[in-house]
Write a protein that binds this ligand. Structure first.
Ligand code: ATP
Ligand code: MG
Length: 924
């Protein structure tokens, strides 16, 4: 934002070049004039009085170039009034901003005499607004129509059509500007005072949405100077469009026109100023064509326009002659060709048209509507009748005295068309033309046609009513000179305008008065954001005190009293500068407030969400707790019941815990509703416990025996698929069967053992007995087999001498036996050590299980390997190999004795090469 130094601008007295006239030291006509001239001479055509803008017409093209300069418009954008030098842009910006901020209707009233620049000022405003919204699409069309025109419906229909055809990219503002071009062509004319004088009043309405985007527009025109068609003051022109039309060669040819305006009575001019006109009609017509196209007029519609214009021009050229053949005063149309051409263009009946043009019905009431005699009768102080010419009178208007010529007074004031002409036009075959003149009431209710004066009054009343609904903004236009010369400041002309525009009074009132007043509540609600105390939601003091608080926070103490006045209901703010300070402070604080509000709102939303979620969670929790409670009580009940069941069961199990028999062999009771597996485990536990009780009572020796028995049970008793039938689990393992009194050679045996131990590393006898050994030729030999902890020795059973060296136990790789009732065992050694095949049933007692168990146990002790005991038929072994010779396997099959044999447990019978049969005794 531009920083401004108000002291500098307002305080100077020597230069007297203030952009606000309120800053003038002395306020009078001269000081204002000087200030304005000073500014005008330095190229500053705009000055302000508070919020009003005074624009002095410079008659140069500066504003045209300015309008093309988008950057200049940009500098005014979003600025406050006192931030920028006065300009129409600044007023437009202020108006636009007020509309957005307050949401109320705003209007800009442009006043000034003819040629002072009102039309140009209005274009500058619209240009600025359109710069704001270059892309806004049209949803409603702006039209050169009066809200009171009867043909409005038709226009609306056309507009809809236009709207459909027109792409929506055409902005509302462009359409308004285009309509304006048409209005200027048809409603503006060169006058003595202004080359482009608007000959009608104009009220442009633009509707915006809440975001400030133009939604639609409407141009209401009133009081077009229709009489200009047929008569105007010397040196003036008809409406531009007629001259423009004649510049277009193709239209001139098509309608058989003459391109020289002088050939048309309506366009010809006594003083010849037409040719001197500076207006470029050719360019003007091109703009009209472009606008028509841009507004979406169809070819038929534009064609109709040209036909009407031609007809009007030709009507001016009709020649009327007095009909001398008739007794009464009457006229006839001499130029019948022209009449026919007109009838053709208007598509109406030529004779009817002729009749309408030469005869006239007058209503006396209408003619009597306005009469100067009435004014005279009033003897008003501002009324003066000329003594020289009785036919003229002068009214002293505010802007100056105006002399009225009564000659055409009534004719000019009479607005309505002759009834006959109306009827002719209504009956036209041209649908556009007949639609322009809808039929008069057929009911015979003849209203007095309205006079121009009456219409004027009505229009002004309507305009005032519309303006009263808006907050006004003013642009006062001043003409710098009558000669339309650039940089020419005519003091007396401007002084006159200053006088009748009431500028001195305006400045005085503005300076003495207050630029803005607010109800306390409105002021408070608008500016409470400027002060932290009042912005606090807990602020609880009165609104008036709040306003004071706000002012204190913004204005320095010396300015508070002079700038703000506290009334009964309202607060008055002296200068726009202070108002600007409030606005600026508010604008600066708005984003902070927006963030704060957003924060609170988001917080609120989050809390709402959290509350909801919490509520949900609570419900969930309660549900879970309820379920848990149900579960817990169920669990509790089942626990208690289970314990009770267990107690009664344990009571039942008591006999299984009592010595000496622990209810052995009895079926344990099944647990109630406990899985079978648990039953099984319980049985195992009970057995283990029972075993533990039993084992605890055994000696170490007994325990080792038990271990052997358990191993024997594993080996022979059923772990495998086969079971050695000849196996007696009840037989006790005695280990040494020779150190026994039943052995007649016991002494010799003991001696042999005693000589054995010191010679080697053997320490104990694990087994000793006489066995039958099968040699490599299949011959059975009786031997004493001694198994120590390290070796297997074969001794001669008669002398107890050792045969060969002992076989190392740790070289045993497997044992094999049949599953039958024989007593043979094959001991397999790691080659080349030969296998052993021995019969362990010499004294008719089974000792296979004992030897196998001892060997498995001992090999495990020495090597930590568990050697397999293979129970299968045939049994094969190799006892003929040595280190050089691999030898041959014996294949032994097993068969029971054919007859009962009591002598021996079993017999080895050699068959053909290395095959043999072991006969055994079947069970009794
Ligand atoms: N701001 C301006 N800068 C330069 N020239 C201007 C400016 N305003 C007006 N003019 C010139 O003055 C001429 C008359 O201005 P304009 O038509 O706006 O007057 P007006 O007040 O509308 O008059 P009327 O009441 O006759 O319609 C314009 O054609 C233009 O040449
Ligand atoms: Mg104008």
């Amino acid at each position: 934002m531009n920083s401004i130094n108000f002291e500098e601008r307002g305080g100077g007295t020597t230069t007297e070049n203030h952009d606000d006239l309120c800053y003038l030291e002395k306020i009078n006509e001269q000081s204002i004039l000087d200030n304005m001239q000073h500014r005008f001479n330095s190229g500053q055509i705009y000055t302000r009085i508070g919020e009003q803008i005074i624009s002095i017409n410079p008659f140069n093209n500066k504003h045209v170039t300015e309008q093309k300069d988008q950057r200049l418009k940009q500098t005014y954008r979003n600025k406050y009034m006192y931030e920028m030098s006065p300009h129409i842009y600044q007023l437009a910006e202020d108006t636009y901003k007020k509309m957005l901020q307050t949401g109320t209707n705003q209007c800009i009233i442009i006043t000034g005499e003819s040629g002072s620049g009102k039309t140009e000022a209005s274009k500058i405003v619209m240009d600025y607004i359109s710069h704001y919204h270059p892309q806004s699409s049209s949803s409603t069309s702006s039209t050169p129509s009066s809200s009171t025109t009867p043909n409005r419906q038709r226009y609306n229909r056309n507009n809809n059509h236009n709207h459909n055809n027109q792409n929506s990219t055409t902005s509302i503002m462009k359409r308004i500007l285009d309509s304006n071009i048409l209005l200027e062509a048809f409603g503006n004319a060169k006058t003595q005072r202004n080359e482009n004088s608007s000959r009608f009043g104009k009220y442009i309405t633009i509707q915006f949405d809440a975001a400030g985007v133009p939604l639609g527009g409407k141009i209401t025109q009133f009081l077009l100077e229709k009489s200009r068609i047929h008569s105007r003051a010397a040196g003036e022109r008809n409406f531009h469009i007629f001259y423009q039309l004649l510049t277009n060669q193709s239209l001139v040819e098509r309608f058989k026109l003459n391109s020289d305006p002088a050939t048309y009575n309506y366009l010809g001019n006594d003083s010849g100023s037409v040719s001197k006109s500076t207006v470029n009609d050719r360019d003007g017509f091109q703009s009209v064509l472009n606008s028509l196209e841009s507004l979406g007029w169809s070819t038929e519609e534009t064609d109709f326009l040209w036909r009407i214009l031609c007809a009007v021009l030709l009507i001016g050229n009709l020649e009327f002659e007095v009909d001398t053949n008739k007794n009464v005063d009457s006229v006839f149309i001499a130029s019948q060709d022209t009449l026919l051409r007109i009838a053709q263009l208007l598509e109406c009946d030529a004779s009817m048209l002729e009749k309408a043009l030469i005869s006239r019905s007058l209503t006396t009431e209408a003619a009597a509507a306005v009469h100067p005699a009435r004014l005279e009768a009033g003897k008003h102080p501002n009324y003066e009748s000329s003594e020289m010419e009785q036919q003229k009178f002068t009214l002293k208007h505010y802007a100056g005295p105006v002399t009225y010529d009564l000659e055409h007074f009534i004719a000019k004031n009479r607005d309505p068309l002759n009834q006959d002409i109306l009827a002719t036009l209504q009956l036209s075959n041209d649908p556009y033309l007949s639609a322009l003149f809808p039929s008069l009431n057929c009911s015979g209710n003849r209203k007095i046609p309205t006079m121009a004066g009456h219409q004027f009054k009505q229009s002004i009343n309507e305009l005032i009513a519309s303006l009263q609904q808006c907050q006004p903004h003013y642009i006062r236009c001043i003409k710098s000179n009558d000669e339309k010369q650039p940089s020419n400041f005519n003091q007396s002309l401007v002084r006159n305008q200053i006088r009748y525009l009431n500028i001195v009074e305006t400045v005085r009132v503005r300076k003495a008065g207050y630029c803005q007043k607010y109800h306390y509540t409105k002021f408070f609600s608008r500016y409470k954001i400027c002060c932290p105390t009042t912005w606090n939601p807990k602020y609880d003091k009165s609104v008036k005190e709040g306003c004071n608080e706000i002012i204190k926070s913004i204005l320095p103490s010396h300015e508070r009293q002079s700038e703000c006045f506290f009334g009964v209901k309202k607060i008055f703010i002296k200068s726009a500068r202070v108002l600007y300070l409030f606005e600026k402070q508010r604008q600066d604080n708005l984003p902070k407030a927006a963030i704060a509000i957003q924060r609170v709102w988001r917080g609120y939303l989050a809390r709402c969400w959290f509350k909801k979620e919490l509520e949900k969670l609570k419900l969930q929790k309660e549900e879970i707790q309820r379920q848990l409670l149900q579960k817990r009580s169920a669990v509790k009940i089942s626990e208690v019941y289970y314990r009770y069941k267990m107690r009664s069961l344990i009571a039942k199990l008591a006999p299984w815990t009592q010595a000496p028999y622990y209810n052995k062999g009895r079926q344990m009771p099944t647990l109630w509703r406990v899985k079978r597996q648990f039953d099984d485990y319980l049985v195992l536990i009970q057995r283990a416990w029972w075993a533990h009780v039993k084992v605890a009572k055994l000696t170490a020796e007994q325990r080792s025996l038990i271990r052997q028995k358990v191993l024997a049970l594993d080996l022979f008793g059923g772990g495998g698929t086969l079971r050695k039938k000849e196996w007696d689990p009840k037989r006790r393992f005695l280990a040494d069967y020779l150190n026994n009194d039943s052995n007649p050679k016991k002494a010799q045996y003991v001696q042999a053992i005693q000589s054995l131990f010191p010679s080697g590393d053997d320490k104990e006898i694990l087994f000793a007995d006489n066995v039958i050994k099968v040699n490599k030729r299949g011959k059975c030999q009786l031997r004493t087999l001694i198994i120590t902890d390290q070796h297997i020795y074969k001794y001669d059973p008669k002398k107890y001498t050792r045969k060969k060296v002992g076989l190392k136990i740790h070289l045993i790789v497997a044992l094999s036996s049949s599953s039958k009732r024989d007593t043979f065992l094959a001991i397999h050694f790691k080659p080349p050590v030969r296998d052993l095949f021995i019969d362990l049933g010499c004294d008719a007692v089974e000792k296979v299980s004992e030897v196998a168990t001892i060997l498995v146990q001992q090999v495990f002790k020495l090597t930590k390997n568990t050697i397999p005991l293979l129970l299968r038929e045939p049994v094969t072994f190799n006892n003929s190999r040595d280190s050089r010779n691999s030898g041959t396997d014996w294949v032994i099959s097993f068969s029971p004795y054919a007859k009962k044999e009591t002598q021996r447990q079993c017999t080895f019978t050699k068959g053909k090469t290395n095959a043999a049969i072991v006969y055994y005794q079947e069970s009794e």
